[in-house]
Design a protein around this ligand. Sequence first.
Ligand SMILES: *[C@@H]1O[C@H](CO)[C@@H](O)[C@H](O)[C@H]1NC(C)=O
Ligand SMILES: *[C@@H]1O[C@H](CO)[C@@H](O)[C@H](O)[C@H]1NC(C)=O
Ligand SMILES: *[C@@H]1O[C@H](CO)[C@@H](O)[C@H](O)[C@H]1NC(C)=O
Ligand SMILES: *[C@@H]1O[C@H](CO)[C@@H](O)[C@H](O)[C@H]1NC(C)=O
Ligand SMILES: *[C@@H]1O[C@H](CO)[C@@H](O)[C@H](O)[C@H]1NC(C)=O
Ligand SMILES: *[C@@H]1O[C@H](CO)[C@@H](O)[C@H](O)[C@H]1NC(C)=O
Ligand SMILES: *[C@@H]1O[C@H](CO)[C@@H](O)[C@H](O)[C@H]1NC(C)=O
Ligand SMILES: *[C@@H]1O[C@H](CO)[C@@H](O)[C@H](O)[C@H]1NC(C)=O
Length: 379
Amino acid sequence: MKEGLVLVAKLMASIIFLAVAVEAAASSGHSLSLPGCPDKCGNVSIPYPFGIGPLCAATSISSYFNVTCNDTFHPPRPMVGDSETLVEITDVSLERGEMRVLSPVNHICFTSNTTSTKFIGGYELKRTPFLPSPSRNRFTVIGCNTLGLIGGYMGTASQYVTGCYSFCEGINSTSDGVPCAGMGCCETAIPTNLTAFEVAFEMNQSKVWGFNPCFYAMVTEIGWYSFQQKDLVGRLGFIDDRAQRGAPIIADWAIRNGSCPEEGSDYACISANSYCMEASNGPGYLCQCSKGYEGNPYLLNGCQDIDECALRKQDPKYKDMYPCRKGVCYNTPGGYLCKCKIGKRSDGTNFGCRPLHTTAEQVVIGKAMYGDFTSVSLH
Ligand SMILES: *[C@@H]1O[C@H](CO)[C@@H](O)[C@H](O)[C@H]1NC(C)=O
Ligand SMILES: *[C@@H]1O[C@H](CO)[C@@H](O)[C@H](O)[C@H]1NC(C)=O
Ligand SMILES: *[C@@H]1O[C@H](CO)[C@@H](O)[C@H](O)[C@H]1NC(C)=O
Ligand SMILES: *[C@@H]1O[C@H](CO)[C@@H](O)[C@H](O)[C@H]1NC(C)=O
Ligand SMILES: *[C@@H]1O[C@H](CO)[C@@H](O)[C@H](O)[C@H]1NC(C)=O
Ligand SMILES: *[C@@H]1O[C@H](CO)[C@@H](O)[C@H](O)[C@H]1NC(C)=O
Ligand SMILES: *[C@@H]1O[C@H](CO)[C@@H](O)[C@H](O)[C@H]1NC(C)=O
Ligand SMILES: *[C@@H]1O[C@H](CO)[C@@H](O)[C@H](O)[C@H]1NC(C)=O
């Protein structure tokens, strides 16, 4: 009797331990950085091929994967670039091949209709893995009576210029929250392959500088900027209020040297269960984990099986994502099985079970039933 209880207690303990272990593995996941390297700077994840310091980054592919963590800030801030242009990183996505950076806002401010101060920055991206995303950014200009221009190069040869014009007679002819369609602000799309760009202003400030002393122009993430009348007022009012650290730009990054299908010793998609995907903006490729796997395709064994069954237990949202109605979920490499218990069979969808017979039939037939099961593979 006593021995039996001890056995039950041990069993219970191991079941609880298993449950905890599964939970921990599913929620914390594996590190996305090179083994032995920090995976975060402040609260920003820095996944390989990026890394903090040259020994932790894929510098043999590009020196620009080297991230500097500036810990004079609290929390510390990751920076990327070179001595000429260093920008702050706020987000890196391996799946989308994107990085969100904060870029200083170009501006010109008048203290009279003839005297001004300005900041005009530019980017030379040809030797970097980065290009501004055409689908996620706009060129945005803020001000009354100003033409903002963006010019540069697409690839190495094609010159590129576009811009937009914003006009307003006074602050009151604008209103908060309106789309940037020309009254106080304007915006225009940018192309793929924009390997270098810089902005310029053409304006007639003499009528407006009294109420609108500063004009701004920036490439920025779609949806980030929303017009406010106060952005036109005061010296650097917009920057001090909402863009002190800069405005977000979504940069597309890729392994620029090479293409799919990749051969050779430099192939970056080294994890099992990963594949090569052509970059959508500019040359090169990205690596992705195969369906049913997640993690970092740029690391050995970086792509780990998704345990759909453990996720289903963690959060109801996964029950819709990985359905198994009235069945028992079994994790498999790259997928899961939804098996039906004894007395049930597939409901015809592979993702659910139903009684083998109606309740009335079951009463007649009794209990001597075996279950069938359905098998689901996400490949
Ligand atoms: C990172 O930290 C900053 C400042 O503490 C905070 O505003 C921001 O929401 C944090 N971001 C994440 C993803 O936790
Ligand atoms: C990238 O390509 C260039 C030109 O093809 C070559 O000179 C360079 O060595 C390559 N870099 C790497 C890391 O393979
Ligand atoms: C990487 O970053 C460190 C720290 O900022 C810097 O000293 C080093 O020169 C960088 N290395 C490369 C290859 O860019
Ligand atoms: C960190 O940021 C401070 C303030 O911008 C700057 O003075 C310092 O040079 C930076 N340190 C590094 C290592 O980049
Ligand atoms: C500057 O503004 C004043 C008054 O607003 C005007 O008289 C003058 O002509 C302007 N100068 C220029 C160069 O536009
Ligand atoms: C991007 O620029 C490169 C270099 O000039 C060129 O080879 C490539 O065709 C361009 N791609 C697109 C999509 O414009
Ligand atoms: C703008 O409108 C506000 C409120 O309606 C008013 O107080 C202000 O005087 C107006 N400013 C101008 C320049 O017309
Ligand atoms: C700017 O506007 C003022 C007033 O409308 C006008 O007199 C002047 O000629 C304009 N300057 C230019 C360069 O267009």
